[in-house]
Design a protein around this ligand. Structure first.
Ligand code: SF4
Length: 361
């Protein structure tokens, strides 16, 4: 079996808290990413999903080497990313590119589109102006725009068109990995599907791998073969997209799925009921879980004492994925089965936590 293209191993990123309002105050450190291990094969797509503040964008920025982790390692192809000195070498900037959520902020408003796309061609391939312009026109065509758009400024385009320009610029270096950081979140629904279709077509044509970062499970489900669910700095579930979305094993994944609106009123009714049940656990949550606990413990309707004392070990799910949840280690009734098979009532969890085998284990 060949080595994965991207190999993230036991990565931890901590931001210093800095000073408070008073001179002697020191704010606590923020653990943005804790002990994360992920792999992506060449030409494959991994969706990284979680709500705002989960650490998913920080993880993407570490892969891009915009910041340096405290511990763990990142390897992309032959590059030891965490071994770089102060910054990434220019060769690394060629093999990994990024498309940000906001195409307005990521495209220089004072440059013509032709110059924006030609810039990486000159830096990485040493092309002269004429060759770079010709290649830029080809790239624009590849993303569904036209040659005459080379002489326009970014503000002359719609949001979807600007995102196509950002994709064309990223494609210019022929990268092995594209980090897509919420690439469709700022777009309306019909433009979202156009950009997603474009990304899927480009991946088939070029064989690039994608790290697709999003807060919306519905968006990544149809784009990514595998999904990693992240909550408060930790990966809590990892598996094939269809398995994660149809038979989630982690209560937080279950909550994310229940939050996706459904056009069918009957399905929506069931989802709303499920969301209300899950939301009962939110009451009283302070958002400051102890470092070594399950970060979802304050919101989880299934939380047990053990959840507040230790972060769970990984468990293989019945669908071939991995889940980090004590429900699957502290009770004989689960063992990696979908969380929907467990009653949501807290007393059911109490029974799990006090079962003989839980006590033995
Ligand atoms: Fe976390 Fe425990 Fe809930 Fe699992 S059951 S998500 S470990 S609080």
């Amino acid at each position: 079996m060949s080595a994965p293209l991207l190999d993230i191993d036991d990565l931890t990123i901590v931001f210093g808290g800095g000073r408070g309002a008073l001179p002697w105050q020191k704010l606590p450190d923020v653990r943005a990413v804790q002990h994360v291990s992920l792999q992506i094969d060449a030409g494959d797509t991994l969706g990284l999903v979680g709500e705002s503040g989960s650490g998913k964008t920080t993880l993407g920025r570490a892969v891009l080497r915009f910041l340096r982790p405290q511990s763990g390692s990142i390897r992309l192809g032959d590059f030891d990313v965490t071994g770089f000195g102060r910054g990434a070498p220019v060769e690394y900037r060629k093999v990994v590119q990024v498309v940000f959520q906001d195409p307005v902020g990521s495209l220089n408003p004072s440059m013509l589109v032709g110059s924006i796309i030609a810039e990486p061609l000159r830096i990485h391939f040493g092309m002269d102006s004429a060759a770079a312009r010709e290649r830029a026109a080809e790239l624009l065509t590849q993303v569904g725009l036209q040659r005459h758009h080379l002489t326009r400024y970014p503000h002359e385009f719609s949001g979807g068109q600007r995102q196509r320009i950002a994709v064309a610029r990223a494609l210019a270096t022929e990268p092995d990995l594209l980090v897509l950081d919420e690439p469709v979140s700022a777009l309306d629904v019909s433009t979202q599907s156009q950009v997603i279709n474009l990304l899927e077509r480009l991946q088939r044509e070029t064989g690039m791998a994608y790290l697709f970062i999003a807060h919306d499970l519905a968006v990544v489900r149809h784009t990514c073969r595998r999904i990693a669910v992240m909550y408060h700095s930790r990966i809590v579930e990892l598996g094939e997209s269809d398995d994660i979305c149809e038979r989630p094993a982690h209560p937080y994944t279950d909550l994310l799925l229940a939050s996706i609106p459904d056009p069918d009123p009957a399905v929506q009714h069931v989802k709303s009921q499920r969301r209300r049940e899950l939301a009962q656990g939110v009451a009283g949550a302070s958002g400051r879980a102890p470092i070594d606990s399950c970060p979802f413990a304050e919101r989880c309707p299934h939380a047990m004492d053990v959840c507040r004392e230790s972060f769970p070990e990984p468990v293989a799910t019945s669908t071939g994925g991995t889940v980090w949840c004590h429900l699957h280690t502290s009770g004989p009734m689960l063992g990696g089965r979908p969380v929907s098979e467990l009653a949501t009532r807290p007393e059911a969890c109490q029974a799990v936590s006090t079962s003989p085998s839980a006590a033995d284990g």
